[in-house]
Ligand binder design. Structure first.
Ligand code: OAD
Length: 255
C-alpha cells in the first residue's frame, strides 16, 4: 500500500515535470465513456462469441471471417454507432495538458475518435478509425455517408465494383497498420515521459512499441490489470485512469 502511494506520487511528479510526452492508449481509457473494452472484466470478448454467434471471440476482427460473414461485425459496429459517446476524464486530461506542455503525442489503439473529440491535436489512430471505408476485397473507397447510414442499421454495405462486403478502415488482425505508426516505430521521438494507459498490451505491434518506448525514457504503465510488459516500465500503477486523472488535477493541472 505504502509502495503504491510512493509510486503514484512519483508518477504525478513526472507528469507535472515532463515537457514532452508520448502516450499509448487502449480501450480501458474509454470504458468510463460507456464503451466496453475487449479483455477487461465484462469486456467484449467475454461474451462476443455467444452474442454474435462467432466460432471464437477475436473472429469478429479477422478479415477471412469478415469476408465470409460480416454480420457479427456490423451488429457490433451498429451498437457503437447508434450511441453518442463523450470523452472520459483521461481524454480530457490529455487535451487540457496540451497547452501546458511542449508536446503531447498520442498513439491510440481505439477507433472511437474520443481523443480528437476532447481536443487533442496530435493523435495517431494506429488501429485506424471509422472516418472512411473501403472494399474488403478490392479496396475501392466507399462513400462514408452511405456507409454510416447502412452500418448504423447493421446493414452490410457492398462494394459497387466487385460486390464484396465493405469494411470501415479500421485495422483487423493480420492487416498492416497506418504508415504513420510504422514511421514512429522506426524513428521514435525523444520524449521526457512515456505512458501506456488502459491497454492490456497483448496486441502487436503496439505492445512491442510500448515495450521499446518504456525502456528508452521514464515510463509509466497505468492499467487496472498487469500486462506482459510490466518489467519494461519504471512505474506500474494498477488503478483506474479516471482516478489517476483526478490525482493529476490535484497537482495543479485543471481538468
Ligand atoms: P484490452 O481490452 O485488451 O485492454 C484494456 C485494459 O484496460 C484491460 O487490461 C482492462 O483491465 C483495463 N481497463 C479497463 N477499464 C479501465 C479503467 N477505467 N482504468 C484503467 N484500466 C482500465 O484493450 P486494448 O489493449 O486496447 O484491436 O486492446 C488492443 C486491441 O485488441 C484493440 O485495439 C483491438 C483488440 O482486439 C483490433 O481490433 C485490431
Amino acid at each position: 500500500m505504502k509502495e503504491n502511494h510512493f509510486q503514484l506520487n512519483r508518477a504525478l511528479k513526472w507528469v507535472k515535470e515532463a515537457q514532452t510526452l508520448l502516450i499509448l492508449t487502449g480501450a480501458g481509457i474509454s470504458t468510463d465513456s460507456g464503451i466496453p473494452d475487449f479483455r477487461g472484466p465484462h469486456g467484449l470478448y467475454e461474451n462476443s462469441a455467444q452474442k454474435f454467434g462467432l466460432p471464437y471471440p477475436e473472429a469478429i476482427f479477422e478479415l477471412p471471417y469478415f469476408k465470409k460473414n460480416p454480420n457479427p461485425f456490423y451488429h457490433f459496429a451498429s451498437e457503437l454507432m447508434r450511441n453518442e459517446y463523450n470523452p472520459s476524464l483521461f481524454h480530457q486530461l490529455l487535451a487540457e495538458l496540451q497547452p501546458q506542455k511542449q508536446r503531447i503525442l498520442i498513439v491510440t489503439q481505439n477507433i472511437d475518435g474520443l481523443h480528437q473529440k476532447a481536443g487533442s491535436n496530435e493523435v495517431i489512430p494506429c488501429h485506424g478509425d471509422m472516418t472512411s471505408a473501403s472494399c474488403s476485397s478490392c479496396s475501392t473507397p466507399y462513400p462514408i455517408e452511405a456507409f454510416n447510414r447502412l452500418a448504423s442499421k447493421a446493414e452490410v454495405p457492398l462494394c459497387e465494383t466487385c460486390g464484396a462486403p465493405v469494411k470501415p478502415d479500421v485495422v483487423f488482425f493480420g492487416e498492416n497498420l497506418p504508415e504513420s505508426f510504422y514511421e514512429l516505430y522506426l524513428n521514435p521521438p525523444e520524449v521526457d515521459l512515456f505512458i501506456a494507459a488502459g491497454t492490456s498490451l497483448t496486441v502487436h505491434p503496439a505492445a512491442g512499441f510500448a515495450a521499446g518506448m518504456a525502456e528508452k525514457c521514464q515510463s509509466i504503465r497505468l492499467n487496472l490489470q498487469s500486462t506482459p510488459y510490466d518489467s519494461c516500465f519504471d512505474i506500474c500503477l494498477n488503478m483506474q485512469v479516471e482516478e489517476f486523472s483526478k490525482q493529476v488535477s490535484r497537482t495543479g493541472v485543471k481538468v
